[in-house]
Design a protein around this ligand. Sequence first.
Ligand SMILES: Cc1ncc(COP(=O)(O)O)c(C=O)c1O
Length: 404
Amino acid sequence: MPQISEKGKAAPASPIRKLVPYADEAKKKGRKVYHLNIGQPDIATPETMLNAIHNYPDKVIEYSHSAGNISYRKKLVEYYSRYNIHLTPDDIIVTTGGSEAILFAFQSCLNPGDSIIIPEPFYANYIGFAVNAGIKIVPIPSSIESGFALPPIADFEKTIIQNVNKGVLKGIMVCNPNNPTGYLYSKAELETLRDIALKYDLYLFADEVYREFCYDGKQHFSVMQLEGLEQHAILFDSVSKRYSACGVRVGCLISKNKEVMAAAMKFAQARLSPPSLGQVAAEAAVDTPEDYFTDVVKEYTLRRNIVADAINKMEGAFCPKPAGAFYIVARLPIDNGDTFCRWLLEEFEYNNQTVMMAPASGFYSDPKFGTDEVRISYVLNAEDLHAAMEVLAVALKQYPGRKK
Ligand SMILES: Cc1ncc(COP(=O)(O)O)c(C=O)c1O
């Protein structure tokens, strides 16, 4: 039988989805499963977008320009100017979700064998994208005790010096606000990263797909607002979470670096076109009224507080209260997150209910880290979150692998 590729073997299973068969079994037994494992928001997609889809004007759903419709890229210029990010349509390539933007950037900026630094824990799919591009992720640990703040600059310099000398380190990547930790990087932290990127001539990749989800009155600061970093900054963005429109599959790659954009354009042409229908919806979405976001941010703040307050009341459990995105990483009094999350689905029930969470080890470069942590997405309504937290509290008391 022909053998699959080394990349096919190296690509990891998603920690977010790998427990799905156990959840399906639990549901077959009639149990209600609270899904805290996946970042699929339950918030309604804005009317503006849905109307644009219903009123799609053309008789044929054609390919679009490989860089995306010019009308949409102009509209994106307007969107970013609201955040003090000044672009031209040529600085933007529309992609099939933020996922494709990351792939294009890795393919355009990095050679197989190159490496990039990412503070960990990090979005698990970065590992799959890195395997795809043949690059290596060099992690720098951030700690739950400090709320997953940017690791000390000395750690970056030490790792950079070790790897730069090998001639393979090409960049640093951050996700801001962060998935899985919810951490929102400050302007000062980004300026520190800018200084290091310039000192060692590294790309600074920033995944900002959760830009709008900032709480407690905090403001988002973008990598594209950093002065002097025009040739080094690469931004990944997406409408998936912003407008609760994951299924339209529209994101974008942004950079002022013309060589990077020209290289990325070749990959964009090879895949012909980003989704045409999705772009029509995404273009309309830019006119979503501001109060849509005011309401969404209020709702997520409430949900974050429900989850964080409940966890911090559970004996032996701890989580920081993050200022962004809609995820929380919690440390629980358990032997192993994978075993615990599977046990919850296979063996546990409370009033015929259970919870599904993502074991956090899958968000680390090495699954031996984060073994007593889980990632919780607070994408359910307040009532369901209260119920899910009650189920989790009972489960922690009954779990045979509970730490003393
Ligand atoms: C941090 C982060 N980046 C990128 C993506 C990719 O999203 P999409 O391809 O739907 O735009 C996700 C999706 O969950 C994410 O959480």
